[in-house]
Design a protein around this ligand. Structure first.
Ligand code: CA
Ligand code: CA
Ligand code: CA
Ligand code: CA
Length: 385
C-alpha cells in the first residue's frame, strides 16, 4: 500500500510540474468580481457568500468552510468567533435571543444593557419615549413619534408630505430650513400646528430670493382675480398649482403669523417686499376705490429702479369689487392720496410707466408692456415667508 501511494504521489507531482499547476495555486489568486477564484478549486460555500481566505492547512480549510456555511444561513449563533462576518436584521427582535459574540442570552426589557441593545430602560421602554420597545434609542426616521421631541415620524425623506425632519411644517420656510434640498412645487403644511386646521396643500417657491416662500395668490393677467386680500374669496384652494389660485383667508392669515415678509412679484425682477403683517391692510378702510394707504416697503423694484425702506401709497381694493384699479396696486402719480411724493421711482415728476398703467396691478385695462406684471402671459404672485 505504502509503495503504491508513494508512486501515486510522485506521479501527481510530475504531472503537476509538467502542466505548471504549482505556479498557479488557486488559493492565492485574486478573486474575480463574482468572488470566486479564477482557478478550478473554490472554497465551498452556501448561498454565494464571500469566499473564505486562503487556508494554511487542511484543518483550517475545513474550519473556514464550517464558518462560511454558518454565515450563509445566519441562524446558528454559537461557536463563532467575534470577528466572524454575519448579518442581523434591524430592528432587533424583542424575544430572548442568543447574542452572537458571547453566546449569552439577552432580553430587551429587563433593564440591563446587553448584546446589540442601544438602550434598555426596562418597564420604561416605550415607543413614545427615549428608549423604544425594540431597545433602540429614539431617533428621527425610526417610525416612532418621540413624545415631546418629535411632531411626526414618517420614516421617509420626502419633505413635501407634511412631515419633514420629524416636524410638521407651518410654512414653506420651515420645510426649506429643515431640508435645504426641498424643491419648488406643491408641499403640505399645517399653518396652525396642532390647532384644528388640517394639513393643506401649498405651492412653495424654494428659489426666489433665498426661497421658502408660501404662495397665497397666483393671478394670471389673462384671467385676473383682482379681489382685495382681506376678502375671503378662495380660488381653486385645493390646487395650488392651478394658474388661478387663491388661498382661503384663514389659511393666509395663519401663514402670515408664522412669516415676517410679504412679497409681490410677477416672476421677474419687478417686486415689492413688505412686512407679512401688511397682508390684510385696507381691511378697515373705506369701501370703494378710495381704499388706499401708505405701506412701508423694505424693497420696491420697478423696471430696475430699486427703492429700499420707502413708503408708497397702495390701493387695496381691486376690480373684482367695483371699478377700481387692481387690488394691491400702485399708481406712480397718485401718491398724494397718502400725502406722499409722486413718481417715487425716478423722482423729478418723471414717470416710468404710461399714465394709465398701475404697477403690480392685475387689471387688464392697465397696460405697461415693459412691466413684468403686464407682459403677455404674466402671473402676479403674492407670497409670504
Ligand atoms: Ca436588556
Ligand atoms: Ca422617531
Ligand atoms: Ca416626509
Ligand atoms: Ca392643524
Amino acid at each position: 500500500m505504502r509503495a503504491q501511494r508513494s508512486e501515486l504521489v510522485a506521479g501527481v507531482v510530475v504531472a503537476a510540474l509538467l502542466t505548471g499547476c504549482l505556479d498557479s495555486n488557486p488559493w492565492f489568486e485574486e478573486p474575480t468580481a463574482s468572488g470566486a477564484a479564477s482557478g478550478t478549486t473554490q472554497v465551498p460555500t452556501t448561498g454565494g457568500t464571500t469566499a473564505a481566505p486562503p487556508p494554511t492547512s487542511s484543518t483550517s480549510a475545513e474550519s473556514t468552510t464550517t464558518t462560511t456555511e454558518t454565515t450563509a444561513t445566519g441562524t446558528t449563533t454559537t461557536g463563532l468567533t467575534a470577528d466572524t462576518e454575519f448579518s442581523t436584521s434591524w430592528p432587533l427582535s424583542t424575544s430572548t435571543t442568543e447574542w452572537f459574540s458571547t453566546g449569552d442570552p439577552w432580553t430587551c426589557g429587563n433593564g440591563v444593557l446587553e448584546g446589540p441593545e442601544q438602550c434598555d430602560e426596562g418597564a420604561d421602554n416605550s415607543d413614545k419615549g427615549a428608549c423604544t420597545t425594540l431597545c433602540t434609542t429614539a431617533e428621527c426616521s425610526d417610525g416612532f413619534v418621540h413624545a415631546g421631541v418629535e411632531m411626526c415620524d414618517d420614516g421617509n425623506f420626502d419633505p413635501s408630505d407634511g412631515c419633514v425632519a420629524c416636524l410638521v411644517p407651518h410654512t414653506c420656510k420651515e420645510i426649506l430650513d429643515n431640508d435645504p434640498q426641498a424643491s419648488d412645487g406643491q408641499h403640505y403644511v399645517d399653518p396652525d400646528g396642532p390647532e384644528p386646521m388640517p394639513l393643506i396643500p401649498v405651492y412653495c417657491d424654494m428659489k426666489t430670493a433665498g426661497g421658502g416662500w408660501s404662495l397665497l395668490e397666483r393671478s394670471p393677467r389673462s384671467d385676473p382675480i383682482g379681489r382685495a386680500l382681506f376678502k375671503d374669496a378662495p380660488e381653486n384652494p385645493g390646487d395650488p398649482l392651478a394658474p388661478r389660485y387663491r388661498m382661503p383667508r384663514m389659511a393666509m392669515g395663519v401663514l402670515a403669523i408664522h412669516s415676517t415678509a410679504m412679497r409681490l412679484d410677477c416672476g421677474g425682477g419687478d417686486h415689492l417686499v413688505t412686512a407679512a403683517q401688511s397682508l390684510f391692510a385696507g381691511e378697515f378702510g373705506p369701501p370703494g376705490c378710495a381704499n388706499a394707504g401708505p405701506v412701508l416697503y423694505q424693497e420696491a423694484e420697478f423696471k430696475q429702479y430699486k427703492l429700499t425702506n420707502v413708503q408708497l401709497c397702495t390701493v387695496f381694493v381691486g376690480l373684482g369689487d367695483g371699478q377700481c384699479p387692481g387690488a394691491w396696486s400702485i399708481d406712480e402719480e397718485n401718491q398724494y392720496d397718502c400725502l406722499l411724493t409722486a413718481y417715487p421711482w425716478a423722482g423729478n415728476n418723471e414717470a416710468i410707466s404710461p399714465p394709465s398703467a398701475d404697477a403690480f396691478a392685475v387689471d387688464p385695462q392697465s397696460v405697461d408692456p415693459d412691466h413684468d406684471c403686464h407682459k403677455p402671459g404674466a402671473m402676479r404672485r403674492i407670497l409670504v415667508r
